[in-house]
Ligand binder design. Structure first.
Ligand SMILES: Nc1ncnc2c1ncn2[C@@H]1O[C@H](COP(=O)(O)OP(=O)(O)OP(=O)(O)O)[C@@H](O)[C@H]1O
Ligand SMILES: [Mg+2]
Length: 411
């Protein structure tokens, strides 16, 4: 008799597949079957959640093996490889596609003409063997040490998102020691504002062709590419700047961005991502990997309305996304005026952080191509960013279960 807690989720647009699985599973007492009438590659964050909530995922491959394989990798990575995944596919599926799915980590690919007995045997094999943690995914403890992904978005042009991304990444390194050369954390700063990225110019770094190559050549980046494409900007801080060439925003593919982020979060404690103010399919893997999205916005009505629209879109791409609202170019008022309260109601979120309007500090940093910590360390703007970095470090340490280091003082 099986344990009463085993559960299978069937992800398929074709109801016949779920019916077949349910009819087979009824002979395994205590095994529940959940149905999800969708194609795997269409449900993104939901698939990750389903993989977490169930012991076995059975999906019908709908013809795009590359995307299905990326989704399988995502699920195994999220669950530490402990969950089992079976695919059902057209009997005429090309061998190369079959290999893709197997390489991604599915236990088996069965033809959708499979008999009930064969399916039953495959399910038994999956459920009766304890899940082997996938070495590619790492153990639970290793995953808890994975870098924290923090995308920075803006509701309107010039809001200060790039300024925040650059200086937050700088502060997150928490450098100290002689000439502040010892970084406590490794931070990657990635400029995904592919067409108009300005991270490089904030830090006086040349444009970087790597994202252009990804977009134009279409390959999925491996660990070495991810490692070698970043440039050191300061101790602990490595940057992937945007290219000088303008590539179409949609030329980047979700699986490329997903792979890039996965590699970076294994190598860095924090991955800060400057997002474009445009919508693209590849934002989904960014949002799925994100632990905290920072939405930089003004408090004016048009800016708040834009922020609301973007947050709705982001929320659809990743249901579990946690967002903090950052009000740019304003100090936190002692008593919130009524338009702030209304704006927070519209966003369904409080205004969490405030970045004061400090043109001279911002200009001093940009003019010298250095972070605020080097150009205007004592400014209100620098202090506000430092405060945000400290909160994020605390959140990361709490997640990793690591005690805050006692020595040293924050930047
Ligand atoms: N709080 C601030 N006070 C004064 N100036 C600021 C502040 N934040 C940013 N700036 C300056 O405003 C300009 C625009 O900032 P930034 O590039 O960060 O905006 P953005 O939201 O990334 O805009 P976009 O990506 O649309 O160009 C920069 O010159 C920056 O130095
Ligand atoms: Mg910007």
């Amino acid at each position: 008799m099986q344990a009463e807690t085993q559960s299978i989720v069937v992800i398929s647009k074709d109801p016949a597949v779920s019916t077949l699985v349910a009819s087979v599973a009824q002979f395994r007492p205590g095994t529940g079957v959940q149905k999800c009438a969708a194609a795997l590659c269409d449900i993104n964050g939901t698939a990750l959640q389903l993989a977490e909530d169930n012991d076995l995922v059975i999906f019908r491959a709908e013809g795009n093996a590359e995307q299905d394989a990326a989704a399988v990798r995502g699920m195994l990575q999220r669950t530490g490889g402990a969950k089992r995944i079976l695919a059902l596919a057209d009997a005429a599926m090309p061998f190369a596609d079959l290999r893709r799915l197997m390489d991604a980590g599915v236990c088996d690919v069965l033809p959708d003409t499979v008999s009930a007995d064969e399916l039953s045997a495959a399910i038994r094999k999956c459920l009766d063997q304890p899940g082997q943690p996938d070495p590619r995914a790492g153990t639970g403890a290793e995953r808890s040490r994975e870098g924290m992904v923090i995308p920075v978005a803006q509701s309107c042009g010039g809001a200060g998102a790039t300024m925040l991304a650059v200086n937050l990444a700088d502060c997150l390194t928490r450098r100290r020691g002689l000439r502040r050369k010892e970084a406590e954390f490794r931070v990657a700063l990635v400029d995904l504002d592919l067409q108009f990225g300005a991270v490089g110019s904030f830090l006086d770094l040349p444009p970087n062709r790597c994202l252009y190559e990804l977009a134009s050549e279409g390959f999925v980046p491996d660990r070495v590419f991810a490692e070698q494409s970043l440039t050191e900007a300061a101790p602990g801080l490595r940057v992937l700047a945007a290219p000088a060439e303008i590539a179409p925003l949609h030329a980047l593919k979700p699986e490329q961005v997903q792979a890039l982020i996965s590699h970076l979060r294994l190598q860095f404690d924090f991955v800060v991502i400057d997002l474009p103010r445009a919508l693209a399919e590849w934002l989904t893997p960014v949002l799925e990997a994100a632990e905290r999205l920072l939405m930089v916005t003004g408090s004016s009505v048009p800016a708040i309305c834009q922020a609301r629209r973007l947050l709705d879109f982001y929320g659809e791409a990743s249901m579990s996304l946690q967002t903090d609202i950052v009000i740019s170019r304003e100090r936190k008022p002692l008593i919130a005026p009524s338009h702030h309260k209304e704006a927070a109601r519209l966003l369904q979120k409080p205004f969490r952080y405030w970045l004061p309007d400090d043109a001279s500090a911002a200009a001093a940093a940009v003019d010298h191509g250095v972070p605020l910590s080097a150009a205007a360390r004592r400014s209100g703007l620098a202090k506000a960013v430092r405060g945000m970095a400290q909160d994020l470090i605390k959140a990361r340490n709490a997640r990793a279960g690591a005690a805050q280091p006692a020595q040293g003082k924050a930047v």
